[in-house]
Ligand binder design. Structure first.
Ligand code: SIN
Length: 293
């Protein structure tokens, strides 16, 4: 793989590899994310983020506090509504894991949303900008994360479908997301904190100007359309948008920290490992974005 040093004046600049897939992704080596970033390196990271959507930082070993400090350099960190019912897993650093409360790996937690295509926290009125996921314990094989490029998917839609969905708004809700994932309904306090919200079905990326499909598991139906019709349209779009040509599959390595852009990607975990045998533990931090338009 060709490596290019970041275009900064720093003497020890990280290197960026070639694109990992047409849908996105680049690997970055030689970065010490435990240290405060220089303005030039921070800008170079953001430029790579805009261009490649998924950044894979190799060889990191960040504590929770270090991950929080790294994340804060890109914006305000979001809390998770599930902290009300599962405080242990949903501190400011979320635990993404197949390990149950008894410390054993289990398939039970596959019923949570991360195994379904989604964009983080689209059930927020102001949804997530970026997510950072840091591998802590990985299964020997599999446990991959997939990313689907929603700008490519939008561009590839037939013109008639583009016309049909222009101006539509989808309703996103924590309750619908839980229902679809087979999880128990949210509590009253969770519903009060996160009532359903509407977002444009086609959103404009605030930095690149690209039009992207804003869909996924948290989107339940279309405002002003019979619910079954809206749900069918959302499923049709999801099927289109997650075809292999729009997808980058990340095969995790020890030390990876992956940062992605929720404004133009869907993602999901793959249950392609022996879930009752091997532990998969990752630390997640999420940065708030802006109101979609
Ligand atoms: C997530 O949905 O934020 C995590 C994806 C994963 O578990 O790979």
């Amino acid at each position: 793989m060709t490596e290019t040093a970041f275009d900064t004046d720093a003497t020890a600049a990280p290197s960026i590899g070639s694109r990992l897939s047409p849908a996105g992704g680049v690997a970055i080596t030689g970065a010490d994310l435990g240290e405060k970033l220089s303005p030039a390196i921070r800008e170079a990271i953001l430029a790579a983020f805009r261009e490649h959507h998924v950044l894979v930082f190799r060889d990191q070993d960040l504590s929770r506090d270090e991950q929080l400090a790294f994340t804060r350099q890109f914006g305000e960190i979001e809390e998770h509504v599930a902290r009300h019912s599962a405080a242990g897993r949903y501190g400011l650093v979320h635990m993404v894991t197949n390990v149950g409360d008894d410390g054993q790996p289990t398939t039970k937690l596959t019923q949570t949303g991360n195994y379904h295509w989604h964009t983080d926290k689209s059930y927020h009125a102001v949804p997530s900008l970026m997510t950072l996921l840091h591998a802590k314990e990985l299964p020997p094989d599999g446990g991959d994360t997939q990313f689907a490029n929603m700008a490519m998917a939008y561009e590839a839609l037939p013109e008639a479908m583009k016309r049909r969905i222009a101006g539509l708004h989808a309703v996103h809700s924590w309750a619908a997301s839980r229902r679809r994932a087979g999880a128990p309904p949210p509590s009253e306090v969770e519903m009060r904190e996160r009532p359903p919200v509407d977002h444009p079905l086609v959103r404009t990326h605030p930095e690149t100007g690209a039009k992207t499909l804003y869909i996924g598991n948290h989107a339940s139906h279309i405002r002003g359309m019979p619910e079954d019709e809206g749900e069918a349209l959302l499923l049709e779009l999801l099927e289109h948008a997650t075809q292999p040509q729009f997808v980058y599959t990340h095969h995790w390595r020890d030390g990876d920290l992956v940062m992605w852009d929720n404004r133009c990607l869907l993602h999901r975990a793959l249950a392609n490992y022996e879930m009752t045998k091997h532990r998969r533990v990752l630390h997640r931090t999420v940065v708030t974005g802006t109101v979609p338009f």
